[in-house]
Design a binder for this molecule. Sequence first.
Ligand SMILES: Cc1cc2nc3c(=O)[nH]c(=O)nc-3n(C[C@H](O)[C@H](O)[C@H](O)COP(=O)(O)OP(=O)(O)OC[C@H]3O[C@@H](n4cnc5c(N)ncnc54)[C@H](O)[C@@H]3O)c2cc1C
Ligand code: SF4
Length: 329
Amino acid sequence: MLTLPPFQYHRPTSVAEAVALLGEHGGKAKLIAGGTDLVPNMKHRLHTPEHVIGLRDVAELHRVGSRDGALTIGAMVTLADLARDERVSAIFPSLTKAASQIAGPQLREMGTVGGNLALDTRCVYYNQTYFWRKALGYCLKKDGTVCHVVKGGQKCVAAASNDTAPVLIALGATVRLVSPRGAREVPLDQFYVADGVKNTVLEPDELLTEVRVLLPQGRLVNGYQKLRIRASIDYPSLTVAVAAWLEKDGSAQWIRMVLSALGSRPHPVKRIEHLFGKPIDAAAIEELGQAAFKQCHPLTNINVDPGWRRQMIPVFVRRAWAQALAIRS
Ligand SMILES: Cc1cc2nc3c(=O)[nH]c(=O)nc-3n(C[C@H](O)[C@H](O)[C@H](O)COP(=O)(O)OP(=O)(O)OC[C@H]3O[C@@H](n4cnc5c(N)ncnc54)[C@H](O)[C@@H]3O)c2cc1C
Ligand code: SF4
């Protein structure tokens, strides 16, 4: 049986109290939301915090609402509640789809939006027991000095595997981060960095309190596709999130497309601006698929053949756009 390492548990009831605890214990503390990722990782000795700060009793983090023309989602909103929320599905069906496909039903009742966005990266050589990792000689993400995915590599390339991240980036979301030094608003596409050891800009004493997504005044289309081995419960092997703003004549004012579950941060597909101002027709979708294919190179960081994952990129781009355009057409 895998046991938890010892730790002191704290149960704040407000953001101010949680942030004060983070300030006091800093790098020796971990926040816990639903615990669906942190608890197994602690049992694997991937994280051994001296202090664990539970967010369950912080009521102000549990709300979905709207403010200043934006949808606001509290960090402690569960994935199941997000997936059931009709205000969300009416405007952002891609977010509903992503939330409803994370893990399995029990995990979605426990897992939260904040925990999903701050999810640790995953790798077949990292998400293992201490005994397994020790037998291999560890790796540079935890306890070791080498990477087993990129031989001779100096940088960890463990996969960003959080389903809501690519969708929320495609929708132009921002996150609010609060620490003893104050609060800051960070666009989600700047929240992630290309380092699998720690792939976010979150400081050890920062709490993610809420996600904000601007409510569209016009015609926003959005879609999400997830490749996974078991449809009932599985991490993504590839995800494609798409969003576009359509003018009355059907041309796209802007287009965003974000792929994830490949490298250590979600990848917004670049150099697609020449398609702005035109309709998203079959030829445009083919071009978008090819752009994504050229820019994305799956690795052996997860146990699914990288060549096959790459071949699936244009297929999933096509499906994501078909879903996005059918929903609003
Ligand atoms: C079998 C299985 C399958 C899974 N499948 C998927 C999947 O398909 N897709 C997917 O995306 N995930 C998957 N997960 C991972 C996990 O269940 C979800 O990502 C979930 O949303 C994590 O949220 P949580 O509240 O449980 O996070 P926790 O485990 O509580 O925390 C995760 C991390 O986030 C940090 N954190 C939590 N809240 C905050 C906050 N407010 N501010 C700053 N840091 C914070 C914690 O310190 C920790 O480092 C799976 C897990 C399991 C066990
Ligand atoms: S990508 Fe390399 S360094 Fe990172 S977890 Fe995997 S084996 Fe370790």
